[in-house]
Design a protein around this ligand. Structure first.
Ligand code: PLP
Length: 416
């Protein structure tokens, strides 16, 4: 599992219980000190080569985006809605890139009009549409072309290339498509983008994937005679969610790929290399806190039924891209403070009337009773934003930001 990099661990339960008492449950608690420590750790190992871009899709909470404004180099958005959130959080549009396979004309217009840093073009159709919009606005829009490599190494939890995929231009088609994009008068190709897989916990696979990126980038730049200003590496860095998962070793990645990255950077001295990621930064810095509403003993199994389940946290229920449902790491807030609770295997379910609303099966925890709080780890990314919050109309989860021991409510989506 993933241990906090800060000394938050000692005080974690006090914060989680405090957040639940003040703002209600279910609640997401995000610790900015932990995000800061993770960013420092990332930069210590990979900052020699890379700037860091945060993928808003992983956590679009406006307060968090505002907190990131002076700490991260750039943002990647994937919709007009995320553009609005980033702008409201004070981000300069020039520091924002825009990915996504089905951008609408209205989104393109809003982004280009705002002065978007780079449009990440995913197809010839999109390039033509963006070119027309840029012409209408009297602009020349900087673009990165998203490429989909032919191969993704084994070990990625989600794969966006290496097989039929809606994302980007397949490398096999690049010779035919890229010159047509380059000929569009109101777009200026300033670089390339690859995001081909994510949630990888194997250092060797990450290194191998970046090796593939470097090859694709080199070949494409040579073919287009492009001296890129920016090359975006979709990081793919995974985080441990389940008992027994081991955290990635960034030192191992840096040692494994550093010399090749150094040589690559030397060949492109005027190019900014960027790592694009979400979950690695914010995932382990977030906890989902839910309260046990009822306990049922059912045919030999103790089931703790909680006030937040799949509706508030789809990912932890195993229904967000997991092939086989596995328990997330979780603990009873307060542990066994009285020393009287036997450790027991229990099932954890949510409040919905469906059997898929399950947060844990046979989880070994101090016996849970009505009113207890349960904290699920690794929930700082793909939380409320990736959950069917309106399903069965339960209250929206609260969102709480803890910074230097201070707590404030930052709930984005409210009831009503
Ligand atoms: C284009 C793109 N960028 C960034 C991300 C963020 O991935 P992660 O949160 O796993 O780092 C994704 C995830 O799907 C993505 O598709």
């Amino acid at each position: 599992m993933c241990s906090p990099l800060t000394d938050l661990a000692a005080d974690l339960d006090r914060h989680l219980a405090g957040a639940a008492a003040r703002f209600g449950t279910p609640a997401y608690v995000y610790a900015t000190d932990e995000i800061e420590a993770r960013l420092a750790h990332l930069r210590a190992h990979l900052g020699r080569w890379f700037a860091v871009s945060f993928a808003v899709k992983s956590n679009p909470n406006p307060a968090l985006l505002g907190w990131m404004r002076d700490r991260l180099d750039c943002l990647d958005i994937s919709s007009g809605g995320e553009l609005a959130l980033a702008r409201e959080a004070g981000w300069d549009a020039a520091k924002i890139s825009f990915t996504g396979p089905a951008k609408r004309e209205t989104e393109l217009r809003a982004a280009i009009r705002a002065g978007l840093g780079e449009l990440v073009v995913e197809s010839l159709r999109e390039a033509r549409l963006a070119d027309a919009v840029a012409a209408e606005l009297g602009r020349v829009q900087p673009v990165l072309i998203r490429l989909a490599p032919a191969r993704v190494p084994k070990g990625f939890g989600d794969q966006m290339a290496g097989r039929p995929s809606p994302f980007g231009v397949d490398v096999e088609d690049a010779d035919e498509i890229l010159p047509q994009i380059a000929a569009l008068p109101n777009l200026r190709i300033i670089g390339l983008h690859i995001y081909s897989g994510t949630q990888c916990l194997k250092s060797q696979a990450i290194c191998e994937n970046w090796r593939i990126f470097m090859q694709v980038f080199s070949d494409t730049c040579a073919a287009l005679d492009l001296r890129p200003e920016k090359l975006i590496f979709g990081a793919g860095l995974g985080i441990p969610y389940h008992p027994g998962d081991n955290a990635l070793d960034l030192a191992e990645i840096a040692a494994g790929i550093g010399p090749e990255l150094g040589a690559f950077a030397a060949r492109f001295p005027a190019t900014r290399l960027v790592l694009e990621l979400g979950r690695y930064l914010v995932g382990p810095a977030g906890w989902f806190v839910t309260r046990v509403v009822s306990v049922k003993q059912s045919r030999g199994t103790r089931i703790a039924i909680c006030d937040g389940g799949l509706n508030a946290n789809l990912a932890a229920s195993g229904n967000f891209g997991m092939v086989l449902r596995r328990n997330y790491v979780m603990h009873r807030v307060g542990g066994d403070e009285s020393g009287t609770r036997p450790q027991e295997k229990q099932d954890i379910s949510g409040p919905l009337c469906t059997s898929i609303d399950k947060l844990g099966g046979g989880v070994l925890l101090p016996r849970l009773d009505e009113g207890d709080l349960l904290a699920i780890h690794g929930c700082g990314a793909y939380g409320p934003t990736a959950s069917p919050l309106h399903f069965i109309s339960h209250p929206m989860p609260a969102e709480v930001l803890v910074t230097g021991g201070q707590m404030r409510e930052v709930t984005r989506i409210r009831d009503g």
